[in-house]
Ligand binder design. Structure first.
Ligand SMILES: Nc1ncnc2c1ncn2[C@@H]1O[C@H](COP(=O)(O)OP(=O)(O)OP(=O)(O)O)[C@@H](O)[C@H]1O
Length: 585
């Protein structure tokens, strides 16, 4: 399917509008023929034959024609614009749906700026094509064909002389299109890079300021900015190479009409009035020739945007999304059976190797280990954010792959390491997983997460709107709100990835005590750096380079006097040091 056929899939829903628009377009465009004809009549009849009484009616008709043209033109332009906007609306919706469907793998490989360019600049290029370029092309074709027919009826010799230059325009247009094609694709790519850079700078503005790297960032921006300017200049240079020639050929029509037309009038093969009429229609032949270069630019921009949007719409999530018929409440048994995993683009690097464990419903599993040892990846396999490369993850003794993904995830709550809050009220953030929760329930979840105490002190309490990504809250506060959000969903499986890393020990203990009361029915995975966060767990796994090197309860692991024991001793020493510190000053 080519790009024009593809966009027709979206445009065709507006067929009725397009038919009406085309009727008005034809009326409006056909009326263009009337006034030059009437001008010829004025020259021949009113001026040459002295029929002065015809002047007023002819002028009146010309005024009415102009008025009708204006109204019909307004109507068809509006209808084309509506078609363009409707197309854009449906296209954007499909793209947004696709974004929701795509998985971690897509987002790992696609920059936000690139996605934003597709959602904004690219879709706008398509709207512009549907609502403006399309009827401009129609208009040009119409003018071209009709002007040749009408002019031939007046004088075929002169028409032939004019049409003789059109192959030149065709050749120039073809050459310009093939020269512009790669340039517009590059412009579009460069714009996406510029957008990505700006987006990254805005997201990381605190880091930039903290490291005093503003000048570096400006230089970096200038590089992308320069590149974008240069790509546009490349397009302008291509235009500059061709447009003057197209203009020249278009202008030559007037010269041919004047010289050859004058010759025919002198020879008596044409009246002066006919030459005036001919001249009146000349711009209709002229216009498509002049416009062709500009329209090529718009069409090439449209084609470059189509490629990027279609690429995104054709992307398939690695993990198949099947819709579930009904809801399902799992009990929460989680088994890893010889699970290994590596990322597709890094097959040499085994992130998880032969992981085996079993957690009964309601049990708590603690996972500790050095950074990069695979803890987050392990829990990501439970919610099928990735599927194992080999082995099986079983939920309630059924392969996780056999669950429709949304049905499975409905049973799982995650508090992610990198906390993300929406720029919405705190209450809405907490009830994100289960909208329309009552205030009391929201508050009780916040209490368990030890968030209620600081939320009620905020100016609007639970109705306080937090900034983008939770700006305005401390790291620990964000963690606690995101814990409340996870709890509010009332999942069978609760995953806490470094959830209390940013809260003090006292608060952590409080949260743990509250959690313990409610998590007896939930299988809970706790990833933590502090042993104090996992010591009560039914199973503790110590990870190293993707392997579980030690596992058992706290007491069993301590009795082994292995790595876990060493870590515990180290952390105990640190804790004591912290406690002794202030007293010893
Ligand atoms: N999207 C990715 N593509 C390729 N490799 C990745 C990706 N995400 C993580 N990794 C690699 O996988 C390994 C395990 O990462 P993971 O985030 O699971 O570690 P972790 O134990 O949770 O670390 P931390 O304690 O720092 O959060 C790391 O070596 C990391 O570089």
């Amino acid at each position: 399917m080519n790009n024009f056929q593809w966009i027709w899939q979206y445009v065709k829903a507006n067929r009725k509008k397009l038919v009406i628009a085309t009727i008005f377009f034809l009326i409006s465009t056909a009326l263009i023929l009337v006034n030059p004809y009437l001008m010829g009549q004025i020259v021949d009849k009113v001026i040459d034959n002295h029929q002065g009484r015809l002047l007023v009616p002819l002028l009146l008709i010309m005024i009415i024609v102009t008025l009708v043209r204006t109204v019909t033109r307004y109507i068809y332009q509006l209808l084309f614009e509506q078609t363009g906007q409707n197309t854009l609306f449906d296209l954007r919706e499909d793209m947004y749906r696709k974004l929701q469907e795509l998985d971690f793998d897509f987002f790992n490989h696609t920059r936000v700026g690139d996605i934003m360019t597709r959602m904004t600049g690219d879709t706008d290029a398509i709207r512009h094509f549907v609502s403006w370029v399309s009827y401009q092309v129609l208009e040009c074709v119409f003018y071209f064909v009709v002007s040749i027919v009408v002019m031939s009826m007046i004088n075929w010799k002169l028409t032939l002389a004019l049409v003789a230059v059109t192959p030149l325009i065709y050749i120039l247009t073809q050459k310009m299109a093939s020269a512009q094609h790669p340039v517009f694709f590059e412009i579009r790519q460069s714009f996406a890079r510029l957008n990505s850079m700006v987006e990254e700078n805005i997201s990381g503005n605190r880091v930039v300021k903290a490291f005093v790297r503003e000048d570096f960032e400006i230089q970096k921006f200038n590089h992308f900015n320069e590149d974008y300017k240069q790509r546009n200049m490349d397009a302008a240079n291509v235009s500059k190479r061709f447009l003057p020639w197209q203009d020249g050929v278009a202008n030559s029509l007037s010269v041919i009409a004047l010289v050859f037309g004058g010759y025919l009038v002198i020879k008596g093969e044409m009246t002066l009035g006919d030459l005036v009429v001919f001249n009146g229609y000349l711009w209709m032949l002229n216009q498509p020739m002049r416009m062709s270069g500009w329209l090529i630019n718009d069409v090439e921009r449209f084609l470059a945007s189509c490629v990027k949007i279609r690429q995104m719409l054709a992307s398939k999530p690695k993990i198949e999304v099947r819709n579930a018929q009904d809801q399902l409440r799992v009990k929460g048994k989680v088994v890893f059976d010889h699970v290994s995993f590596h990322f597709e683009d890094d097959p040499e690097h085994a992130v998880l190797t032969d992981i085996n464990f079993s957690a009964e419903p309601g049990q708590t599993v603690g996972i500790i280990g050095e950074t990069g040892s695979g803890k987050t990846t392990l829990v990501n396999l439970i919610g099928r954010f990735y599927d194992p490369t080999s082995g099986e993850v079983l939920i309630d003794d059924k392969n996780a792959r056999d669950y429709p993904i949304r049905q499975l995830r409905d049973n799982i709550s995650m508090v992610m390491q990198d906390v993300f809050l929406f720029s919405n009220t705190i209450a809405d953030n907490i009830s994100f997983g289960r909208p329309n929760l009552d205030q009391q329930y929201v508050q009780s979840m916040a209490r368990i997460a030890d968030a209620d105490s600081f939320i009620v002190k905020m100016p609007d309490g639970y109705d306080t709107v937090v900034g983008e990504r939770g700006v305005g809250l401390s790291g620990g506060q964000k963690q606690r709100i995101s814990l409340a959000r996870a709890l509010a969903k009332d999942p069978s499986i609760l995953i806490l990835d470094d959830t209390t890393s940013a809260v003090d020990m006292e608060t952590e203990t409080k949260i743990q005590q509250e959690l313990a009361k409610m998590t007896t029915k939930k299988t809970t995975f706790i990833i933590a750096n502090r042993i104090s966060s996992v010591r009560e767990a039914d199973l503790i796994m110590l990870m190293e380079k993707g392997h579980v090197v030690e596992h058992g309860t706290h007491d069993q692991l301590m009795a082994q006097h292995g790595k876990y024991y060493d870590v515990f001793q180290k952390q105990l020493g640190l804790e004591k040091g912290e406690q002794i510190g202030p007293q010893s000053v």
